[in-house]
Ligand binder design. Sequence first.
Ligand SMILES: Nc1nc2c(c(=O)[nH]1)N[C@H]1C(S)=C(S)[C@@H](COP(=O)(O)OP(=O)(O)OC[C@H]3O[C@@H](n4cnc5c(N)ncnc54)[C@H](O)[C@@H]3O)O[C@H]1N2
Ligand code: MOO
Length: 500
Amino acid sequence: MTGQDPAPGPYGPDSTDGFDEALALLGPPPHARSGGARAGTGGHSGPAGHQAHRSEDPVGAAPGDEDDRARYTPTRAGAAAGDHPAPPATPAGRSGEHRATAWEAARATAERAGHRARAARPPRTLRLPLTEALGHTLAEPLTALTDLPPFDTSAMDGWAVAGPGPWTIHEDTAVLAGHAAREALPDGEAVRIATGARVPPDATAVIRGEHARADAAGRLYARRPVVHGQDIRPRGQECRTGDRLLPATAEVTPAVLGLAAAAGYDELTVAARPRVAVLVLGDELLTEGLPHDGLVRDALGPMLAPWLRALGAEVTAVRRVTDDADALRAAITGAEAELVLTTGGTAAGPVDHLHSVLDRAGAEPLVDGVKARPGHPMLLARLAPDRHLVGLPGNPLAAVSGLLTLAAPLLRALTGRPAPEPYWLPVREELPGHPYDVRLVPVVRRSGWAEPLRFRGPAMLRGVAAADGLAVVPIDGARAGEPLEILALPWSGPTEGCFT
Ligand SMILES: Nc1nc2c(c(=O)[nH]1)N[C@H]1C(S)=C(S)[C@@H](COP(=O)(O)OP(=O)(O)OC[C@H]3O[C@@H](n4cnc5c(N)ncnc54)[C@H](O)[C@@H]3O)O[C@H]1N2
Ligand code: MOO
């Protein structure tokens, strides 16, 4: 929807000057450098370290792609000159010219905004059957309602024995899982037992079937020494009634559902999930079929809803909104959600109405542009004390960047989940920095290294679809072997701490 080519430079007050000029000299002319134009050039991919500074990398691996040419044209200045009726409002602390927020500060602002919104309207507490609780956040600690195991249990199929052998085989039927308590096993006797069955009172050990031999006279002999208590899981081995198994704020994962069921729960007490309405902007977007006549498929609608659910949100709607300011305003103000997430329309193209609509709606800008590549036009605005809007740029990888930078911390605070422990991995190859902004680069974890993936241009999802996380590359760049912070993707991150 930008409707305009990237400015070829000079790039105004946010230009990277020498960096851009050097890239312009290295690469093809700006009109040929758009992702689309270069995507068709086939492309070599020599040793990554060597090509890393080249601007003509066709797969988005080099900083010379759009995300790395610092030509941050102030979106609001552009807007003021075009379709925005009001002069641009600036976020608190800034005046005059637009300035992007530092990446770390933007994340912190988003998290703070989430905490304030949660304080303004704490989430409702729900009791949900286990079948409906997945993806919620526990509103109270998960406390064991029973001992686990609830009785002394056989860990193996074989024989329960009492005292030293050999043993007389008790001619009773076998002790099976699910049977109620039976009478005590007399000293010197053995009885067949199944895995998971209650061990009879006074039994001193379980012998695996393959470690025992029965003779024709009904005597049982152990083939190996028998240790007292072997292969018996004592009652309460995993937990005692009343033990805390998980803290409030834990995410209800499939494993948590299993644990809750084992511990006696039919329902869980959870916090209502923050509601998110997704508004997908762009008249050029198709919801099915192949691209044609300048139209392209909407990649973000299908991606964002499940991603947001993985972040603990309830997605109330994924709506397409036409490139019309009034329609956008109506969609934003009418959305019943704590978070309105828009895609596209963050820049200053002829049909990019987001800024003007937010201005007119009286929204308070908290973050208006972030010093991050890709995704620098992302924004965060407060619509009401308990309602926010995150504007994701339309370029799909830029949208992922905005999702991780602004939406994820906001949602984390709204759900009350703890911040994930940052983790760091040495990067396998050199990654050049951007002169002013951090770079977020899709990486895969391999043998303790973060390996940067190709196809990471702002308009590409091919890299991130194969990634475990996004490496945060500082302005100075990273040498091969240097540890980088990795932003985990919801389906691949390290797990949180608990009571174990
Ligand atoms: N003069 C300038 N132009 C642009 C700048 C700039 O600083 N000055 N920034 C560029 C950057 S960086 C980004 S990122 C984009 C952000 O633009 P918008 O948020 O306004 O997004 P659109 O213009 O609507 O779309 C950009 C691009 O992405 C495609 N798109 C949009 N939505 C989807 C979707 N749901 N699925 C797949 N693809 C989508 C759209 O067709 C465009 O190709 O602005 C640059 N321009
Ligand atoms: O550099 Mo934009 O933010 O394409 O992603």
